[in-house]
Design a binder for this molecule. Structure first.
Ligand SMILES: [Zn+2]
Length: 249
């Protein structure tokens, strides 16, 4: 089965906007992309999705006519879901956010029970004060998008691997448009980087509640502009640095 992966990737790029990082955002991206696929590609994609162990739960109770589309939408955040699945193991170092060892780059399909958290982002360095940056670890979201795209075009890869790679590609194309999935700020006060904004705290005035900049960006803008009481607030302000605790990226 050969999927025109460039078509899928191009559509995902064109239709991704700045809200695509929670489940809703990932599904919006997936829906926009799916509706622009040709019926032939939709069928190929549907056949690959059926190989995912979660397919049955994605389409449970869904009318037959809508199953393919709904499965595509729900598949878009499977790569985040496996972070909470007991059958999947955290790998790498730094709470799983840094790759370690040869298994970090393996591409073996659903036999792979590693979470690969470091596939979700790339820490491209930025420094406002000429602090020497650390180059991004490999593998990262950029290397994986290239790999998965190549595998979907492959004439020899198994459908199991293509299914696994399609789900990752669908998810990562949304992730990579989150600004803080693609950058880390290195500064004199944070010479090892801010981990994609995870080490920066922000709040809305009057600052009763603080949160990590990374998470702040990942929420829907509608949420960002509402206070706990539903009123529009002013600009967010940086309030300090968070500790080096475990971060979700
Ligand atoms: Zn992700």
């Amino acid at each position: 089965m050969k999927v025109p992966v460039l078509t899928i990737m191009a559509i995902l790029c064109l239709t991704t906007n700045a809200v695509a990082w929670n489940e809703l955002g990932h599904m919006i991206v997936a829906a926009s992309a799916y509706d622009q696929l040709t019926p032939e590609v939709q069928q190929k994609v549907a056949n690959l999705l059926k190989l995912n162990p979660k397919y049955v739960t994605w389409v449970a109770g869904v009318p037959a006519k809508q199953k393919d589309r709904i499965a595509f939408l729900k598949a878009s955040f499977w790569a985040d879901d496996i972070k909470r699945e007991p059958t999947y193991m955290q790998d790498g170092t730094h709470n799983g956010n840094r790759p370690s060892g040869p298994t970090a780059s393996q591409n073996i399909g659903y036999a792979d029970k590693l979470q690969h958290k470091y596939w979700h982002f790339i820490d491209l360095p930025f420094s406002p004060d000429d602090t020497k940056p650390v180059e991004p670890a490999i593998p990262n979201v950029k290397t994986q998008l290239t790999l998965f795209g190549d595998m979907l075009k492959s004439a020899t890869a198994s459908n199991d691997v293509k299914s696994y790679d399609l789900l990752w590609l669908l998810h990562l194309m949304g992730d990579v448009h989150h600004p803080l999935h693609a950058i880390s700020r290195f500064s004199r006060t944070q010479p090892a980087g801010d981990e994609g904004g995870n080490l920066v705290l922000v709040c809305w005035k009057p600052c009763t509640k603080h949160e990590k900049l990374h998470k702040f960006w990942g929420r829907h803008p509608r949420d960002q502009h509402q206070s706990e009481h539903g009123h529009t607030q002013g600009e967010p302000v940086a309030t300090g640095r968070s500790s080096n605790g475990p971060h979700q990226r």
